[in-house]
Design a protein around this ligand. Structure first.
Ligand code: ADP
Ligand code: MG
Length: 340
């Protein structure tokens, strides 16, 4: 029998689309924290209750949103970051799809309080499952505070798949650490169930962020990398042969402040470590790479961490040689001899 074809209504479309962007509480934290960073904030406070299942509150001192634009930012494909596709070749923001707030607000109860510098009075807007419940003026400081409550309250099947508070907290902490390392110029304070988990200085010094997350043992064994040519800038730290891991968890690579998992870059780094640490172990690195956005493709799926370079080989050789030369120049620490 022939079937009728339905045109889905906006609410249904949003709920389905939300599944792509908002998988779990840490995806909400990622999107909101990225928005705060994109807004030019120098300070962001992340406050989480019960692994984000109950409440996620993120407050920034960034640009704020004009009262006239506040409703718009919850619509799908609504963004202030690009206007046309060519803008992607000159993109330095973390977001650009205009999907996050639409998706998050479709599956939660959300409250946003915001004010720009040019306005005297701020705006408060409350939404529940994409529907605007209220919008009113409110006295507040410059910047934006978003509170997301009752995640997946209207999609019970998804709510059932949420993990334990502990597991969700680990995801969130991991995500915040990554964004903090990629953005040492932003002071990030992270509170979980009233406990202070992280407080980075925001002094633009990567080493200080690494210290606040990983402590002295790691920090004391790092070597600075500072390279720049007309195409690429590489700044960060690599571990000496005294610290290594059995997995790649401490191999952090950022491109234009975005955390990425790039096979090309990780292969280059691991090649450089080959002769100085034991087989099947991995060196530690925190590398911030700045490259002209036209040299990379950021337009891959929002939840994917891959990145594509125009000239992969060039990037591979450059990173390999820079890291290798640095490692050759250090005096190797005693441990090494026992593995040769
Ligand atoms: P995107 O980040 O891809 O543009 P979002 O749905 O995450 O899409 O946000 C939509 C828009 O809302 C942003 O483009 C921005 O203009 C505005 N916005 C969201 N969060 C903030 C914030 N914390 N500060 C200032 N503006 C924000
Ligand atoms: Mg965004």
């Amino acid at each position: 029998m022939g079937k009728y074809i339905n045109i889905l209504d906006d609410l249904t479309i949003n709920k389905i689309a939300a599944g792509e962007v908002v998988e779990r509480p840490s995806s909400v934290v990622k999107e909101l924290l990225e928005n705060a960073i994109d807004s030019g904030a120098t300070q962001v406070v992340v406050d989480i209750t019960d692994g984000g299942k109950k409440c996620i509150k993120i407050s920034d001192n960034g640009s704020g949103i004009l009262s006239s634009e506040v409703e718009k930012c919850f619509l799908r494909h609504a963004t202030s970051k690009i206007k046309e596709i060519d803008d992607l070749y000159d993109l330095y923001s973390l977001g650009f799809r205009g999907e996050a707030l639409a998706s998050i607000s479709a599956v939660s109860n959300i409250e946003m309080i915001t004010k720009t510098k040019e306005e005297v009075i701020g705006t408060k807007i409350v939404l529940s499952g994409s529907k605007i419940i209220k919008k009113e003026p409110i006295g507040t400081k410059d910047g934006t505070t978003i509170t997301v409550k009752d995640l997946f309250f209207n999609t019970p099947v998804r709510a059932k798949f949420l993990k334990s508070t502990h597991a969700e907290t680990i995801n969130i902490s991991d995500l915040i650490n990554k964004l903090a390392i990629g953005n040492p110029g932003v002071r990030i304070k992270y509170i979980n169930n009233k406990k202070l988990m992280l407080n980075t200085p925001g002094d633009n010094k990567l080493i200080n962020v690494i210290r606040s997350i990983y402590g002295k043992e790691i920090t004391d064994n790092l070597i600075e990398i500072d390279y720049e040519d007309e195409k690429i800038k590489i700044y960060g730290y690599i571990g000496n042969n005294n610290i290594y891991r059995s997995n790649k968890n401490l191999q952090h690579v950022y491109i234009n402040k975005r955390y990425v998992r790039s096979k090309v870059i990780l292969d280059a780094i691991n090649e450089s470590y080959k002769s100085i640490i034991p087989i099947n172990k991995f060196g530690v690195c925190f590398l911030n790479i700045t490259i002209n956005p036209s040299e990379i493709d950021v337009n891959i799926h929002p939840t994917k961490l891959e990145v594509k370079f125009q000239d992969e080989k060039d990037v591979y050789i450059k990173i390999r040689d820079i890291v290798k030369n640095k490692l050759l120049n250090i005096s190797l620490i005693g441990k090494y001899t026992s593995y040769t």
